[in-house]
Write a protein that binds this ligand. Structure first.
Ligand SMILES: Nc1ncnc2c1ncn2[C@@H]1O[C@H](COP(=O)(O)OP(=O)(O)O)[C@@H](O)[C@H]1O
Ligand SMILES: [Mg+2]
Length: 654
């Protein structure tokens, strides 16, 4: 390189804001001539040559640049000079951004009236100018001031970004969490034993990323996406940052595709749509997790990928969830993200964001995903603990004021994307645990206000045997109604009315009021509606089964069945329908609404079933019903055959 050329390279470097003196010191300490450039993207030869020239000029000797492409980086490039120094370079993105800015200005000034003009302008700019190397900042090394409780405070990291990943000497990573005067409070993503006070901390220039994609299906991972199920390493297709901006309004479209949960009470009364955020809220041990797990079980064969994040749950509870998913055949399409109570707090803090990123991947690909955050109460408590250790100011219930923002930016990422963006969706089921049903506490009110509705579970209902213990009056789904399957919607409207009327009348009857025949009928109906909304855990139903049961009850077809016998009757009816009436069930399954044909299919199936069941019941209905529920249809087929075939084949199949 000639002296003149070297000078001009140095001038370029200085103009670009490169700290030549500091860089020169780094080169003085460098043994040999090789430096490593970590880049997110492939860099073309011209650019690398130019960078080599600039660096050689600064070092005043030949420097060789080895480029290593590392797609997990957030942006730009990092130059490693020996072991001690790293420089964050951002050659391409600034250059492109500069061109883009000038194009936008020209469009706004009217200098580029048509898209064609803009295109030509951009093309000319890109081919005629070369990117310049600029240095955003030099190695920013801090040192550990204090360490403990999963947190380190660090001095000297001047320009570290919020949520940026930092690396401690010894290879432990941390997240820059909060600014405390001239210090930065960092959450440790590993054991603190190796971290000493006075030790070095360096910026990495990027956010924490987690592996995403199909390779995570069926796996149990920690909050960093590393496998903890002993099934070997995961080779992911991609990485995504755990924190991302939620899709904007123009990138979204209304939620109008149902997300089937398989629970009658939910699908009928608080229907969910893909892309919705629906809170599951209630005291401890009344079936919140069970609702989330059963919703996942229901996604088998729907193509909806699921992510379950266990945040601060006991290992035994997580195990129960894993077992239920495995037994229900749902593990193949589910990823389980676990942050246990004994792990560093940063893991519990990060877990829901990591799970969200894993779900977002499917949404971005145009697919559908469901993510469960179990639960955000424990997440909030973790945030409060970390904030207390870092002495941040506190607000209501000693939570830091930004806890609302912590949860809203998580839930905002649930969306149904516009068709231009691929039409994918991410549905979120956050769970919040209340104390003695107190919904007015800080975290419950916050999360209620940033969800599209809530399923409120009630301890009294759970204890009296109404399970799922959903309080129908207090639960809502604000966007799912438009997504609800039409066949179910028509049935559900009447169900809601029946339940409300029953509630009112049951009060009167309690006080010993005389009842007339009409009231008695409403009581009979309402009681049966309530009974048939009960459902065993881990037994999600197909849509046509839900329609069959709910149609039967609102039409009063089960009024003659003893309330205590309804559970057994339901099981028998569903089995009978599948085994004996597959054609009629197919009509219901594929129906877009309750037409005359569908209605007669529904009536025919139920009538035929009740007809053949009656003789079986004899004088003691419940006993006979429970004695041999499974055997009943088969045993009854020979003698009942002709009677059944008539109404069924005429009403339903043709
Ligand atoms: N629909 C249901 N039918 C019967 N038992 C249920 C049902 N839902 C939940 N349970 C039982 O209730 C208990 C608490 O449920 P869980 O989902 O763990 O509650 P939470 O998440 O609210 O603490 C579990 O033992 C579970 O098996
Ligand atoms: Mg639970």
């Amino acid at each position: 390189m000639t002296a003149e050329r070297r000078d001009s390279a140095v001038v370029v470097a200085v103009q670009a804001g490169l700290d030549v003196a500091a860089l020169r010191r780094a080169f003085e300490e460098l043994d040999g001539s090789r430096v490593v450039l970590l880049s997110k993207v492939y860099l073309d030869e011209t650019l690398v040559r130019r960078l080599t020239e600039v660096l050689s000029a600064v070092a005043e000797r030949e420097i060789h640049v080895d480029v290593k492409v590392n797609p997990t980086m957030d942006a730009g490039a990092i130059l490693l000079v020996g072991e001690e120094h790293r420089v964050v370079l951002d050659p391409r993105s600034k250059w492109v951004a500069g061109i883009q800015r000038s194009a936008v200005e020209r469009v706004e000034n009217g200098e580029l009236p048509t898209p064609q003009d803009t295109y030509e302008y951009l093309r000319d700019m890109l081919t005629s100018t070369e990117p310049e190397v600029s240095v955003e900042e030099l190695l920013d090394t801090g040192s550990v001031a204090e360490v403990g409780d999963g947190i380190a405070t660090v001095t000297g990291l001047r320009d570290v970004g919020s949520q940026e990943l930092v690396e401690f000497a010894g290879g432990i990573f941390g997240i820059a969490f909060t600014l405390l005067g001239d210090r930065v409070g960092c959450l440790l993503l590993g054991p603190e034993e190796g971290i000493r006070e006075g030790g070095d901390v360096v910026r990495t220039g990027h956010l924490l990323r987690v592996p995403v994609g199909e390779a995570l299906r069926g796996r149990i991972v920690n909050a960093l996406g590393l496998p903890i199920d002993g099934k070997g390493s995961i080779v992911p297709k991609a990485y995504l940052p755990i924190e991302r901006k939620a899709p904007g309004v123009v990138e979204r479209q209304p939620v109008n595709v149902p997300l089937h949960t398989g629970m009658k009470v939910i699908d009928a009364l608080v229907p969910l749509g893909r892309g919705q955020r629906e809170l599951i809220i209630g005291d401890r041990k009344i079936g919140k997790t069970t609702i989330a797990v059963d919703t996942i079980l229901s996604q088998r064969d729907t193509g909806v990928a699921c992510v379950y994040a266990a945040i601060g749950q006991k290992a035994s509870s997580v195990e129960r969830v894993v077992t239920s998913l495995a037994e229900g055949g749902a593990l193949d399409f589910t990823t389980i993200v676990v942050a246990l109570p004994n792990e560093p707090p940063a893991f519990r803090h990060v877990a829901p964001y990591a799970a969200c990123a894993m779900g977002e991947y499917y949404m971005e690909q145009g697919g559908d995903a469901l993510v469960v955050y179990d639960d955000l109460s424990k997440h909030a408590v973790t945030y409060r603990e970390m904030s207390a250790l870092l002495k941040r100011p506190v607000g209501r219930e000693a939570y830091p004021g930004d806890i609302f923002y912590v949860h809203s930016r998580l839930l905002e990422r649930a969306a149904r994307l516009s068709d231009e963006r691929g039409g994918g969706s991410l549905t979120a089921l956050p769970i919040v645990e209340t104390l003695a049903g107190d919904l007015s506490a800080f975290i419950p009110t916050n999360v209620i206000s940033i969800s599209d509705g809530q399923m409120m579970l009630d301890t009294a209902l759970f204890n009296e045997g109404t399970r799922p213990a959903m309080d129908v009056g207090l639960s809502v789904s604000r966007v799912g109604g438009t997504a609800q399957a039409r066949v179910l919607k028509q049935v559900a409207g009447r169900l809601r009315i029946d339940l409300a009327q029953y509630q009112e009348m049951a009060q009167f009857v309690k006080f010993g009021a005389e009842v007339d025949a009409a009231t008695l009928e409403q009581l009979t109906r309402g009681e049966r509606c309530r009974e048939l909304l009960k459902q065993a855990q881990h037994a999600p139903l197909a849509l046509e089964h839900e329609v069959l049961i709910l149609f039967g009850v609102v039409e009063g077809l089960f009024d003659a069945v003893d309330v205590a016998d309804l559970g057994a009757m339901e099981r028998e009816l569903l089995e009978y329908a599948d085994v004996q009436q597959p054609e009629a069930m197919a009509v219901i399954r594929t129906a877009s609404e309750v037409t005359a044909e569908v209605e007669s299919a529904l009536r025919a199936v139920i009538a035929a079933f009740l007809e053949r069941r009656r003789p079986n019941l004899g004088g003691t209905p419940p006993a006979a019903g429970t004695a041999a529920p499974g055997d009943m249809p088969d045993a009854a087929v020979p003698d009942m055959g002709p009677a059944v075939a008539g109404p069924m084949s005429s009403g339903a199949v043709t």
